[in-house]
Design a binder for this molecule. Structure first.
Ligand SMILES: C=C(O[C@H]1C=CC=C(C(=O)O)[C@@H]1O)C(=O)O
Length: 384
């Protein structure tokens, strides 16, 4: 079970070389394409999965894959990790992809929001009521957009457009156990580990981008000053620090900044740590942090229960963690948001938002609409 490595492949070759079933992970620093399968592990408990992967990595060079959102006892989707037969890496894909024409992905024959927008507003209002009870501090509620196509979908074309449209963050495509593909372009780093250095870059608190530079700058300024968004963000950082502390000898929390994607502004904070035990792999750390209050809420178990009660669909791999880990334990795991599941002729898009006691339900609906834009643009359906 050894993977062949081709370092320094041409970026365009990696995008051209991607086919459904492969694993693609592109950041603003490098691109990774894993093809062919030398072994696969499906496991519900992420800590057990991390241990089994670490055992498998003594023979293989790299493991890649995804954890689902729900890793609790009633979880329906297992963590799914592959040992690719061949791994190719290159520099960042976006600069070369930016000049490519938008790839044709077909026109949907039907589009259906789940739940209906009014029902999402009602669910957020219900969550706000629950948040007045002090046992729940924050909950993240999502909704989906189901697209149907008369022709077979081409995940390779959607991925190309995602890379083309997203210069920073993490653009990914990973195969799922049933044969579909989970893909997206997320700004949020759950965790990276390189040697003893551990980094996380949680995002929480949002405002839409605008084509008008004055409105755009105003949206960013308002976000920076929003007490509601700062509170929504602070619970994420508190939780992150608490969960990383047992694994690190030192932890440093940088000042919170406003960070931009092509479609959204967010509050983001870099947390850096020094790993106490080099046997703790990147995947083991990701399993310890996931699900963060940025995609679930806090306290975790109460928030997870509220998500199950108020969302009328299964999140599957949305808001899970996608990434890679190598035999040294190094790796990168991103939060699988701004994402969609592509099956033969259907695409399910997901978008969520953090709710705190002073959230406005209509504004939360608008926020999820803006977050769908990342994948909608890649489908040629977004606003320019
Ligand atoms: C849960 C999502 O976004 C998270 C990341 C950034 C900002 C968020 C927010 O402001 O609610 C969310 O915590 C999503 O995009 O589906």
């Amino acid at each position: 079970m050894t993977a062949t490595a081709h370092e320094g492949a041409r970026v365009a070759d990696l995008l051209d070389g991607y086919a459904p079933g492969d694993f693609f992970f592109g950041t603003d620093r490098h691109t990774l394409l894993g093809s062919g399968v030398d072994g696969a592990l499906s496991e519900a408990d992420p800590v057990v999965l991390a241990e089994r992967v670490a055992d498998g990595l003594s023979e293989a060079r790299l493991a890649v894959g995804i954890l689902p959102f729900d890793t609790g006892p009633d979880a329906t989707s297992p963590g799914h990790v592959l040992f690719p037969r061949e791994v190719r890496t290159s520099g960042p894909a976006h600069p070369a992809a930016a000049s490519l024409p938008q790839a044709g992905v077909g026109v949907p024959s039907a589009m259906r929001p789940v739940p209906e927008p009014a029902a999402h507003v009602a669910a957020v209002a219900r969550a706000v009521e629950m948040l007045r009870d002090e046992r729940l501090r924050k909950v993240v509620l999502a909704r989906v957009l189901d697209l149907e196509f008369d022709e077979p979908l081409r995940p390779e074309a959607i991925l190309r457009n995602l890379v083309r449209g997203n210069p920073s963050g993490f653009t990914f495509a990973t195969p799922l156990p049933g044969g579909s593909t989970f893909l997206g372009a997320t700004p949020e780093l759950l965790l990276s580990r390189h040697g003893e250095r551990v980094v996380s870059h949680p995002h929480a608190g949002s405002a839409p981008r605008s084509a008008d530079p004055r409105i755009d700058a105003e949206n960013a300024r308002r976000l920076a000053e929003s007490g509601k968004d700062r509170r929504e963000h602070a619970v994420v950082i508190e939780d992150m620090v608490e969960n990383l502390r047992p694994f690190c000898t030192q932890l440093r929390v940088a000042p919170t900044e406003v960070v931009g994607t092509p479609t959204m502004w967010h509050l983001g904070t870099t947390v850096t740590g020094t790993l106490a035990d080099r046997d703790i792999t990147a995947l083991r750390l990701a399993a310890a942090l996931h699900p963060t209050p940025a995609i679930c809420g806090t306290p975790t178990e109460t928030a997870r229960r509220v998500v199950g009660e108020l969302e009328p669909f299964d999140r599957g791999y949305y808001a899970g963690a996608v990434g890679w880990v190598n035999a040294d334990g190094d790796g990168e795991w991103a939060v699988a948001i701004r994402s969609a599941e592509a099956a033969a002729r259907t695409l399910r898009l997901y978008a969520g938002g953090g709710i705190v006691a002073d959230s406005d339900p209509e504004a939360e609906l608008a926020e999820t609409t803006a977050k769908f834009e990342t994948v909608l643009r890649a489908m040629g359906l977004g606003h320019p």
